[in-house]
Ligand binder design. Structure first.
Ligand code: HEM
Length: 171
């Protein structure tokens, strides 16, 4: 009969989920909310006397200088670890070497992350993003605290760890 005309009436929008597939954490949070979380988080970081100097030295005065690029890079990272579309190909571990970061600064970073998430996202998504950061902290802190042997710029035991973000999140 003439069913073809009607069967084409279903519009496949960008948020359509395939039958049976679970939405990813990225789907649940949404692109705009993720971006908002990141800008708000780094605004808090840059108000913090213990964290701000590290970022100011590396990225410049917030929110100008290198910040738009840095946030775009972080957005790529968080999109990857929440299983969203991402072109991020960085190495978060080595990026934290030689910055002079200590454990107390990781504690503070996570406390601000938690505060931001709780203010911006529903409890389930806030909890999932907090959990991801707490897990990644273990590896990042190992890189941040390890002394880099001369000439290599990287700690010997971590030199070959070319971690991509997706596998990084499951460590
Ligand atoms: C679990 C906690 C943390 C997570 C998940 C995290 C994540 C990241 C990621 C994904 C990047 C980008 C890496 C790249 O360039 O591809 C980055 C860069 C950076 N992070 Fe963190 N970070 C954490 C803790 C910290 C702490 C505690 C500090 C300092 C007090 C810090 C300072 C920096 C700086 C300065 C950069 C820029 C490095 C550069 O481009 O030269 N991070 N971080």
């Amino acid at each position: 009969m003439n069913g073809g005309e009607h069967s084409q009436g279903t519009v496949a929008g960008p948020t359509l989920q395939l039958a049976g597939s679970e939405p990813t954490l990225f789907d649940r949070i949404g692109e705009e909310a993720l971006r908002r979380v990141l800008w708000q988080f780094y605004a808090r970081v840059m108000d913090d006397p213990d964290l701000a100097p590290v970022f100011r030295r590396r990225i410049g005065p917030f929110p100008g200088a290198g910040w738009p690029l840095h946030i775009a890079r972080l957005e790529g990272f968080w999109r990857a670890v929440t299983h969203g579309p991402s072109a991020y190909r960085g190495q978060p571990g080595p990026a934290h070497q030689g910055l002079g970061i200590c454990s107390a600064q990781f504690d503070r970073w996570l406390a601000l992350w938690e505060e931001t998430l709780q203010g911006q996202l529903p409890p389930a998504e806030a909890g999932d993003l907090l959990q991801l950061a707490r897990r990644m902290r273990v590896t990042l802190e190992r890189f941040a605290l390890a002394p880099a042997p001369q000439g290599t710029g990287r700690p010997a035991n971590l030199r070959r760890s070319g971690l991509v973000a997706r596998s990084f999140a499951s460590l």
